[in-house]
Design a protein around this ligand. Structure first.
Ligand SMILES: C[S@@+](CC[C@H](N)C(=O)[O-])C[C@H]1O[C@@H](n2cnc3c(N)ncnc32)[C@H](O)[C@@H]1O
Length: 232
């Protein structure tokens, strides 16, 4: 792919791939989970994305950086008619979700264990109804802001794969990241912010189950901001 933004980085992953060593049972679940659920980007993406899922699904959503998978697994159970792809390069997060899927398999879920930018470039155009980016790595220091997942190039990637009217949902507890995202959206002709009043960004998204990162932020005295953008 040619970078749509001059000087834009192709890769978007700066975080940790590995945490503590996995116990053998977890490692086994991870291996089985990746065998059963991981997308193979060496294959051509299907023209109809719903064909990726064993269960019949009406639309497809992507969650970027699902962490421990709290939101991903909750939504997958709550909305069996939605096919869901979860992307997470952090092995321990992926292993946690794999263990949950070992106990309760899901035919409406697929996984991707590398940089979500690679997946975005593989997906067919206008193939997704929702892209969730929930509490992305904050990179609060100014000199690290360029590492944030939200960038002009990644917004262009998300815009390419979202169907018209599809939603890009972003949550963060870091005010400078919220401002950063609103400025990037303002530079893009592809999205409109759906907020009508302050409750729309102060209240979590409908049916919000919370995430582990969010709970930590709340414990430390920070509040989340919830932004919903619509693909024009
Ligand atoms: C701050 S954590 C939040 C996790 C989860 N969404 C939550 O709210 O608990 C951000 C996650 O994004 C993942 N991440 C960072 N860069 C990514 C990328 N380029 N593609 C996919 N995931 C990424 C990290 O590995 C990390 O697990």
């Amino acid at each position: 792919m040619t970078d749509p933004v001059e000087g834009g980085r192709r890769d978007s992953f700066y975080g940790r791939r590995k945490g503590h060593t996995l116990r053998p049972a977890r490692a086994g679940a991870l291996s089985r989970g990746l065998d059963a659920y991981a997308l193979d980007l060496a294959a051509q993406s299907p023209a109809r994305l719903a064909d990726l899922f064993p269960d019949p699904v009406e639309q497809v959503a992507l969650e970027i950086g699902f962490g421990g998978g709290e939101h991903l697994l909750h939504r997958a159970a709550e909305q069996p008619e939605v096919g869901r792809i979860g992307a997470e390069p952090f092995v321990n997060g992926m292993a946690k979700v794999a263990a949950a899927l070992d106990a309760a398999p899901r035919g409406n879920l697929r996984l991707f264990d590398r940089d979500a930018a690679e997946l975005l470039d593989w997906l067919p155009p206008a193939s997704l109804a929702v892209v969730d980016l929930l509490y992305p790595d904050p990179w609060p220091k100014r000199r690290h802001w360029k590492r944030r997942f939200v960038s002009d190039i990644n917004l262009a990637r998300i815009a390419r794969v979202l169907a018209a009217g599809g939603l890009f949902r972003f949550a963060s507890d870091i005010p400078s990241y919220v401002d950063w995202t609103l400025l990037a959206i303002g530079r893009s002709a592809d999205f409109e912010w759906t907020a009508m009043d302050a409750d729309d960004w102060r209240q979590p998204f409908p049916g919000w189950p919370g995430t582990r990162y969010e709970q930590k932020a709340i414990r430390e005295g920070r509040r989340g901001t919830y932004l919903t953008f619509r693909r024009r």
